[in-house]
Structure formats: C-alpha cells, structure tokens
Design a protein around this ligand. Structure first.
Ligand SMILES: O=C(O)CCC(=O)C(=O)O
Ligand SMILES: [Fe+2]
Length: 359
C-alpha cells in the first residue's frame, strides 16, 4: 500500500504562543492556554473552559500552551530514552520478556496491521508511574528524570480533567472521588520509530484510541502523529512549546459519549528517527467507570455505556489487537436490543452507584 499524501500546513516560526491561546493552530487544532485556565479572571477562565469543552467535543484532540512543563525536562526525557534504546539487548532482557501486566515493558517490533494494511515498526518502553512508580534500572538518570516528568504531567492532566468536568457543568470533586483520581493510574510510554529503508510503507502504530482519560504527548521535532477528524486523517503539527493532548476511552465512557476518544496513529514519514513520549492518566484501577448519571439522564438514548472496572477494561484492551475503538464495544449499550421485560435497555439506574455518596 502506498503511504498517504499530506497537504502540510506551513510551519509556524513564531514561538510566542500567547497570541494563539484560546484559538487554534493553522491546521485548526484547538489550543488551550493552561495559564488562563488557572490564573485568568473569571471571564477569561469561563471562555477557556468553554473552548476546552468544544475541543473535547469536536476534536478529542488539542494542544496545551503555557503548561509549565520545562522544555529542559522534556529534552532530558528524550535524551534518557535515546540512551535506553541504545543499551545492549541483554541489559533490557528482563523487560523485553515482561507480559502485559508487568509494570515495566520494553518492546521492539515489526508486524503487519490489517487495520491499516501496513507494516508497523516501533520500539517502546512502557512504565507505570502512579500510584506506584516503576522505572528500568538503566540508564541511571532515567528514574530521576521520568519521576519528575510524571509528577509535573500528572498535575497538569489532573488540572485539565477538573476544567473538563467544569465544561460539562459537573461537580469535579464528586467525579474525582468516584474515579478516585488521587490514586489515578498513570503510565509513561516512550516510542521510537526508526526510519525504514524497505520498499513497503511502514507505520509506527496503527489506528487506535487510548484506554485512559487523557494522554499528553510530545515528540522530538519529527512529525508523524495523525488524528482522525470527520473521517479524514490530519497530520498534527505542534505549535512551538505546546504539548498534544488526546482524549481517551474512559473520558468517552464518563461523559456518556459526549466527549469521544479520538482515533489516532503514528506514521513513519521521513529519513529521521521519530521519537514521542506519552504520559497518560486514567481513573484508579479499581474504580468502576460509568457515565455520570446526569449526563445519561439528559442524553436522548440514556446510558450509552455500562459500568466497568478500569482494570478490567484496560486488560481487555491490552489483550486485544489494536483496532481503532473496538475495545469500547464491550461496554457499549445496544439500544435496539430489548430487555426481557420488553423495555429498551437504556436504564440510568446502574449509573448512579459509583457517583453517589453513601454518607
Ligand atoms: O507516537 C505517536 O505520535 C503516537 C503514540 C501513541 O499513540 C501511543 O503511544 O499511544
Ligand atoms: Fe495512542
């Protein structure tokens, strides 16, 4: 199969993101200014929250600027990952042999994806960062750097979640408690996509959605992330200093489908090695995730998803082959199926369990 062609937007050379905040990039990708969300006056904050809600509803993808994650820390993360990928295989053997439930995994793979009709090529390191932090022993500076990065990005993602709840006019404290976000799951993933010299088109990761609530991603200056919007693939080009945010399956479930998890993939486009680094948060692994009752009540079809323990969802998704959003099907309510009483299966009763206070 031939690689897709892209009509690239011109590069943005101006590093000042103050002007683009609350607006969009040249590709139209929404841009959210964290500084305004946190420190703006009441009017600015509510405008930014509204823009954030629109970004989640219309795109499931946006860039965040003025996020406070130091560039030097991002560079240190990339450098440490580069060192990790270049370690001799024996030094990584324990993590290469690890299974999907292990807290640290290293993979290096070349496989065919029938979803995208393409060969996929990627090296990765996956490490669980919260509630407990795990990290490969080498390179020796990896632990300190990624721990700092995980703390900073977790704070940022949790702030964004609060603003997202506000955009849905929900009580963020109550939802955070129900999802036990204090003990939220967090994983860091380093991806490495070497250029491929073969004759076939090679992809990095085929089309998928992420299983958590929100994913933060930055790359080493080499483009390749594509997001699907209105049935079209769009190559994401970051504004200088911005970070990408991707909405995940748990946000789709909690919001009863109002905010959709975005399907995305990584391409291998040029002759340079592409690297990306992901920090993803989800609910606590033991939380039952289900649509917020008031959102289900006001939706025309009622409840779109049934509740599921996040751990079970994640294990299901991880043990299935990557296929767009197929994992969500195990919790999707089929509205055309009648229950044994003959009533449509769209009750919102079950939804209230995880969100109600017992005392
Ligand atoms: O490398 C990228 O741009 C995408 C990575 C990704 O989607 C993932 O790790 O889940
Ligand atoms: Fe992803």
């Amino acid at each position: 199969m031939a690689p897709p062609s892209h009509s690239h937007s011109p590069n943005i050379s101006n590093g000042d993101c103050g002007e683009c905040a609350g607006a969009s990039s040249l590709d139209g990708i929404p841009v959210i200014d964290l500084d305004i969300l946190l420190n703006g006056d009441a009017q600015e904050r509510s405008r930014e929250i509204r823009d954030l809600g629109r970004a989640c509803e219309d795109w499931g993808f946006f860039m965040v600027v003025n996020h406070g994650v130091p560039e030097a820390l991002q560079e240190a993360v990339m450098e440490a990952c580069k060192e990790l990928y270049s370690l001799p295989r024996e030094e990584m053997a324990e993590y290469i042999a690890a299974g999907p439930k292990d807290p640290i995994r290293i993979g290096t793979g070349l496989f065919y994806s029938d979803v995208d009709d393409a060969v996929c090529r990627r090296d990765y390191v996956k490490m669980i960062a919260h509630p407990e932090f795990y990290c490969p022993a080498k390179p020796t500076n990896l632990r300190e750097i990624t721990m700092e990065y995980s703390i900073r990005t977790r704070e940022l993602l949790l702030e964004l979640m609060q603003a997202i709840f506000k955009s849905l006019e929900l009580d963020g404290g109550r939802i955070s408690e129900a999802l036990n976000l204090e003990s939220c799951f967090q994983i860091l993933v380093g991806n490495n996509y070497p250029p491929y010299a073969g004759s076939d088109w090679v992809m990095g990761i085929s089309a998928h959605s992420d299983h958590g609530l929100l994913t933060l991603l930055f790359q080493n200056g080499v483009d390749g992330l594509e997001v699907k919007r209105n049935g079209q693939w769009l190559l994401a080009k970051p504004l200088p200093g911005s970070l990408f945010i991707i909405t995940g399956d748990q946000l789709e479930i909690v919001s009863n489908g109002r905010y959709k998890a975005v399907v995305h993939r990584a391409l291998v486009l040029g002759e340079q090695t592409r690297m990306s680094f992901v920090s993803m948060i989800g609910p606590c692994l033991d939380a039952i995730v289900e649509p917020v009752p008031e959102l289900a009540r006001s939706a025309p079809q009622g409840m779109e998803f049934r509740g599921i323990k996040y751990r079970d969802y994640m294990e299901h998704q991880q043990s299935s082959r990557i296929n767009k959003k197929a994992a969500l099907d195990i919790v999707r309510v089929q509205h055309n199926i009648l229950t044994s009483q003959g009533a449509p299966n769209n009750s919102t009763e079950a939804a209230s369990a995880g969100y109600s206070h017992t005392n």
